[in-house]
Write a protein that binds this ligand. Structure first.
Ligand SMILES: *Cc1c(COP(=O)(O)O)cnc(C)c1O
Length: 354
């Protein structure tokens, strides 16, 4: 009994402080992020519930399935939801966002930063800049961007940024975070429809008026997951965030070189907007790529993208030359091709290991 009990020592205040500091540093923000007692999707749903209200018009950008879901949650909260939707093999342009803002005059803008499902990464910095020009509250789902590309929360003036550790950060999925700016808190506090006494209530998790850590560690934070997250973020600090991002960039460049060498096309149309976490491959004309189950880090498309694309999930520990090579071998095998030339292309794109 006492052995079992040991696993449930609640998170200590120093551990809480460490995690808060690590998250702030990861996101380049001076405001303590809210630690979410669950998967990243919980934080995302909590943001939707917290900002939505009848009388508020919110512009939701849809570049993949998570954006669709976010729009549905906003609607449930009573907001008037207007959307910019693009074909899932493209990203949204800052111009299209600007046109929609001018057309609908929303009070807030939401979008997914980068999409592992489609392999696209939206021009977040440019979109936020435009939104700032119109004084909008901004919401960004950066679960599949953090650790794989730049994410400068304060400098970009993003009001709500949701992250999770289970993608590029190679951490646990049982605890996550939402960074909230002072303006973001005000937007929640002035919303009489924002949930209270609910798992969806961000206001219940507000650190305190000064934005510093709470006096006590909230009792609902899963301690084991929080400790695993601290460990994952220590590893990120050891490697260096810049290096981690570089590793994901190299993985994406190598994966693209590999598929090209196999005669395949990327699913995403514009090479300037490739996700660094996932490379998506257009299946059309290659029936043998219609796999039902993942093979290592090679996975079929999700939902409506099933049968249309293959994903190479080169993130976290799999953002490695070995990880990409293995995936390219798998795809070569599915195509019944010799992999050697493609493996050389991967190695060349990966470059020197330093
Ligand atoms: C993975 C992912 C999520 C979901 O995170 P979970 O913690 O698995 O619920 C949300 N948004 C995006 C863009 C993701 O890639």
């Amino acid at each position: 009994m006492s052995q079992e009990h040991k696993g449930y020592v609640p998170l200590s205040r120093p551990e809480w402080d460490t995690l808060t500091r690590q998250l702030s540093s990861l996101l380049s923000t001076q405001h303590a992020p809210v630690i979410i007692p669950g998967e990243a999707i919980l934080g995302i749903e909590a943001v939707a519930a917290g900002i939505s209200a009848p009388g508020r018009t919110i512009l939701n950008v849809v570049t993949g399935p998570y954006g669709t879901l976010f729009g549905e949650w906003l609607e449930r909260g009573g907001a008037t939801v207007v959307e910019v939707e693009v074909s899932f093999d493209e990203v949204v342009t800052a111009n299209a966002v600007q046109t929609a803002i001018e057309k609908y005059s929303p009070c807030a803008l939401s979008f997914v930063h980068a999409e592992v499902v489609t392999g696209g990464s939206n021009p977040a910095r440019d979109i936020l800049k435009i939104a700032r020009g119109f004084n909008l509250i901004t919401v960004m789902d950066s679960v599949s961007a953090v650790g794989g590309e730049d994410l400068l929360v304060d400098e970009w003036a993003a009001d709500f940024v949701a992250i999770g550790a289970q993608k590029a950060l190679a951490g646990p999925n049982g605890v996550s975070a939402v960074s909230i700016s002072p303006r973001g808190w005000e937007f929640l506090e002035t919303n009489s429809h924002a949930p209270r006494n609910s798992i969806l209530s961000l206001l219940d998790l507000k650190p305190n008026a000064k934005g510093t850590a709470p006096l006590r560690v909230p009792p609902n934070i899963p301690a084991l997951e929080a400790r695993a997250l601290i460990t994952a973020l220590e590893r990120v600090e050891e490697e260096g965030l810049e290096q981690l991002i570089r590793r994901h960039e190299r993985a994406a460049a190598s994966a693209h070189a590999g598929i090209k060498s196999l005669g395949l096309e990327p699913w995403q149309k514009d090479s300037r907007f490739y996700s660094t976490l996932t490379t998506t491959v257009r299946i059309s004309g290659h029936d043998s790529l219609r796999i039902e189950q993942p093979i290592g880090i090679v996975a079929p498309g999700d939902g409506e993208l099933f049968g249309q694309l293959l994903r190479i999930n080169h993130f976290g520990v799999n953002a490695s030359r070995q990880g990409v090579e293995e995936a390219i071998r798998t795809i070569a095998q599915l195509l019944n091709q010799q992999p050697d030339h493609a493996i050389r292309a991967v190695a060349q794109a990966w470059g020197q290991d330093t």
